[in-house]
Design a protein around this ligand. Structure first.
Ligand code: NAD
Length: 337
């Protein structure tokens, strides 16, 4: 029997295939299973990465060789597979958002604690080099205490209208904001106190996707505040499907990150800013910041070291987005408990 760590992926779409790819190349991991409710998708991914496929969560749960399971189902469908895997004592790496309610996220955290297994949310932008450097700069005191921030992560229409089949059951707040809210909380290292949000509906809903077109929210901390913004209606003529901007002002300095432009522009038939830091391959070797947290999680399990991205980080991000939804309903600032 192999002494490698048995790994499995639930959800074989765009991001599940990144998890499968990451597990298939990590030297300590053996990708054993991929699972999807759509058998054809699971079969295709299994053929690509030479592992078994199933449509049954139970089959993965029962396989004692499996120690790590990634959950890459749609935003609203993380709870059930995570709970089932935790109940079988598997270490779980769950895609963002951890869950779409803090009650679910808290139950997941409690179950992981009870089972003494690791549960980590895949906040991969912590591994995105400029954001990683920003954290280091803050820790080294280069800008002083963070006091004000502006963070924008948006997509062009292609994402809700073509890329995701379930966009109407999510929204820019659940799909995009976990990235920027996690980064803010990581940088501020303060508990958020309240959130006040405004949003617009109509453009996507007129095209059959019943969710917000764009959202802005003000998140307040004990000392300082941050504006977050996400839109799902940028034009498809944009040079990139991602618009990612970040500004952080500290008591004695400032950090600016342009996460959209990654040092290259190509003027061909279309003018584009290719996204280059996420996933690269050269001479058969793979690297990039989307693989890093998956490899990090394997290393944590292998070395029995608690991941530094904690379930509490995932819960707090979920609470802020839940508060944002409540603020939109009530039309006023909402406390985050
Ligand atoms: N696409 C991205 O750029 C991106 C980036 C970062 C994170 N994520 C996150 O990854 C997760 C998956 O997103 P995606 O873009 O890969 O979606 P996707 O639609 O491409 O894939 C989701 C897959 O899950 C399957 N599925 C649904 N319910 C299931 C269940 N109960 N059990 C097993 N399989 C099930 C679907 O059939 C589908 O194949 C989401 O939470 C998303 O926010 C996506």
């Amino acid at each position: 029997m192999s002494d490698k760590i048995g790994t499995a992926v639930i959800g074989c779409g765009i991001f599940g295939s990144i998890h499968a790819e990451a597990y298939s190349v990590h030297p300590a991991s053996e990708l054993l299973w991929v699972c999807d409710i759509d058998e054809r998708r699971a079969k295709e991914l299994a053929e690509k990465f030479r592992c078994r496929f199933t449509t049954s969560l139970e089959e993965i749960g029962e396989d004692e060789r499996v120690q790590i399971v990634s959950i890459a189902t749609p935003d609203f469908a993380h709870f059930e597979p995570t709970m089932k895997m935790l109940a079988k004592n598997k270490n779980v790496l769950v895609e963002k958002p951890m869950a779409t309610s803090s009650e679910e996220a808290e139950k997941m955290a409690r179950e992981a604690e009870r089972r003494r297994v690791f549960l980590m949310v895949d906040f991969h932008n912590r591994f995105n080099p400029p954001f990683n450097e920003a954290k280091r700069a803050i820790e080294e005191g280069r800008i002083g205490k963070p006091l004000m921030a502006y963070a924008r992560l948006s997509n062009s229409l292609y994402v809700p209208l073509q890329m995701l089949s379930w966009s109407g059951k999510s929204g820019p707040h659940w799909f995009l904001m976990p990235h920027i809210i996690d980064l803010l909380l990581w940088f501020f290292t303060q508990k958020p106190k309240s959130v006040f949000a405004k949003a617009h509906k109509g453009i996507l809903s007129s095209r059959g996707v019943d969710t917000y077109d764009f959202i802005q929210a003000l998140i307040s901390f004990e000392d300082g505040f941050a504006t977050v913004e996400s839109s799902w209606i940028l034009p498809d003529s944009s040079p990139s499907i991602v618009d990612f901007q970040f500004q952080l002002i500290g008591e004695k300095g400032k950090i600016e990150i342009n996460g959209t432009r990654q040092g290259i522009e190509i003027a061909g038939e279309k003018f584009t800013y290719p996204f280059v830091a996420d996933k690269r391959e050269l001479y058969g070797e793979k690297w990039g910041f989307v693989f890093m947290p998956i490899w990090y999680f394997v290393n944590c399990v292998q070395n029995k070291v608690k991941p530094e991205i904690t379930p509490e980080d995932g819960i707090m991000v979920t609470k802020v987005i839940e508060g944002l939804e409540k603020s939109l309903k009530m039309g006023k600032e909402v406390e985050i408990l």
